[in-house]
Design a protein around this ligand. Structure first.
Ligand code: GDP
Length: 196
């Protein structure tokens, strides 16, 4: 499915604009600057398909991508955790994301991206609590694995799995990736293929 050409379908800022329920959906979430756009671009093979979301104050949107031959839609969720995000922006993120999560039976898994250099931060925990509450299955993907040494990565994986074991809806397996060095992407593609 990742050999096919992926296209932008639509951007959604409120629930009334959601595309009709149809394909299986998977979504990507993460703190701004975690490497979400880079990962989506690397997976879909289309540079610039997902644009960087790291501009503070940018409108919160869900972006949908698809390709004609695959019954799968990829959803790029708005980044969270801007250092200076005002409370109403955080509330808007929570409202948009939570109503999407609750109203989407075709949404099979959220990949929550965590920067390998930073591990799980308080706002990642908040996002995961929201996913637990919405009872949507999620799985951690470590990004920028090229930025740390293998022993550090191993330690991070162990610590992260321990944290996840206390969570309700977390999938007990991690995938470490580097979009830059093309590492872990085949594993992630295989994981996605197994969902569809
Ligand atoms: P987003 O805000 O989550 O969409 O993040 P971006 O994809 O725009 O990436 C944020 C920054 O991290 C950019 O400067 C990227 O070049 C860099 N980056 C993304 N992925 C990787 C990676 O796998 N390795 C390294 N070293 N840098 C990365």
């Amino acid at each position: 499915m990742f050999a096919k050409r992926w296209d932008f379908i639509t951007s959604v800022t409120d629930m009334a604009q959601l595309p009709e329920i149809g394909n299986t959906e998977i979504a990507f979430a993460g703190r701004s600057n975690v490497g979400k756009s880079s990962l989506i671009n690397a997976l879909t093979g289309r540079h610039g398909l997902a644009r960087t979301s790291s501009t503070p104050g940018r409108t919160q949107m869900l972006n949908f991508f698809g390709n004609e031959e695959t019954p799968l839609t990829i959803v790029d969720m708005p980044g969270y955790g801007y250092a200076q995000a005002p409370k109403d922006m955080v509330d808007a993120w929570t409202r948009l994301v939570f109503s999407y999560l609750r109203g989407r039976p075709t949404l099979r898994r959220i990949f929550v991206l965590i920067d390998s250099r930073h591990g799980i931060k308080p706002n990642d925990s908040e996002a995961m609590s929201l996913l637990d509450k919405a009872a949507v299955s999620y799985q951690i993907v470590l990004t920028k694995s090229d930025k740390i040494k293998p022993p550090q990565l191993k330690r991070l994986e162990e610590e992260t799995l321990t944290l996840l074991s206390k969570r309700v809806a977390a999938f007990p397996r991690l995938i470490a990736t580097s979009s830059e060095k093309n590492q872990g992407l085949d594993l992630l593609k295989a994981e996605i293929a197994s969902i569809v």
